[in-house]
Design a protein around this ligand. Structure first.
Ligand code: MG
Length: 235
């Protein structure tokens, strides 16, 4: 039974694997493309190369970029990363759709006066395009696109703090919703912001398979979908 929250005035939402299926669409397609490059570079089958990407991603020992890690492990030349990025650019994002019920749920929350913040990390132009393709632009009171390709890119913590300060919100009046513990729900918890984890995608799977059940590393509640928010917010 998920915990309910009463006094929430604002919701901070993540994008990838929170509002739409990123792991099952874009990530899957990119891994299929990358498999050919990796297979050539390290001398294995494409099937093995696809599996290698999944295995490294699910492994808690790999924290940085998956492909940089493969390049490091197999001492691959700089051209490897260029080829990976070229392959990635062939995967269009035109086909992505919000999870069922997401758009209506956000509209409902907005109508009830709940502030909605989108905080997403990645390549800003790409993240912005995803929001447009999903038809979600205009639904958020504020959108923050964190550039994780920038040198010294930080977690979402400073951004969450800025939202609290600029909107004069207390941490307990905000709910942070995402699929990822590290760099996302964890830093919200550090600020005292309640957290809801969406049970979806590769980050959730990695978290749930490595989780020790330690409370410090657990969200306040789990949801199957953003469409569950009105229920846990008592709306
Ligand atoms: Mg995400």
């Amino acid at each position: 039974m998920p915990r309910t929250f009463g006094a929430i005035k604002a919701v901070i939402l993540d994008l990838d694997d929170t509002l739409y299926d990123c792991s099952g669409t874009l990530v899957h397609s990119r891994r299929l493309k990358a498999a050919g490059v990796i297979a050539n570079a390290i001398g294995c089958s494409e099937k093995e190369a696809y599996q290698l990407q999944n295995d490294l991603d699910e492994s808690s020992s790999v924290s940085g970029d998956l492909y940089e890690e493969i390049a490091r492990r197999y001492s691959l030349p700089a051209g490897f990363m260029e080829e990976i990025n070229r392959k990635f650019s062939e995967v269009g994002i035109g086909g992505i759709k919000p999870f069922a019920g997401v758009t209506d749920t956000l509209k409902k929350l907005k109508k009830e006066g709940i502030l909605l913040f989108l905080v997403t990390a990645g390549k800003p132009e790409e993240q912005e395009k995803k929001v447009r393709v999903l038809g979600l632009d205009g639904l958020f009171d504020e959108t923050t696109l964190l550039d994780t390709t920038a040198v010294g890119a930080d977690t979402k913590k400073a951004c969450f703090k800025e939202i609290l300060d600029s909107r004069h919100l207390k941490a307990e009046e905000v709910l942070c919703v995402g699929d990822r513990m590290d760099r996302e729900l964890k830093v919200a918890k550090e600020l005292g912001i309640p957290t809801a984890m969406v049970r979806h995608g590769r980050h959730y799977r990695r978290f749930s398979s490595n989780s020790t059940g330690d409370n410090e590393e657990a969200p306040d509640t789990y949801i199957e979908s953003v469409a569950d928010l009105p229920r846990i917010l008592d709306r």
